[in-house]
Write a protein of this length. Structure first.
Length: 68
């Protein structure tokens, strides 16, 4: 099965992350991995669902741990 590609708007609608936040994260070099489907500054950006899910898993903080 091919991995589902999502636009920033789709990611925003499904995961509640603002489109502008995703853009800021790309500019800062943080956040979930993305695919640059077309070249150039205004090129189309897509996200693999699996990349979003993996990134969210990495951001999960367990309560009661040393980070708490």
């Amino acid at each position: 099965m091919a991995q589902q590609l999502m636009t920033a708007a789709q990611v925003s609608a499904e995961y509640g992350i603002a489109v502008q936040t995703l853009a800021n994260w790309r500019w800062q070099g943080i956040g979930p991995a993305y695919v640059k489907a077309t070249s150039g500054r205004g090129g189309r950006v897509l996200y693999r669902r699996s990349s979003i899910e993996s990134w969210l898993d990495e951001q999960t903080v367990q309560t009661g741990g040393s980070a708490a």
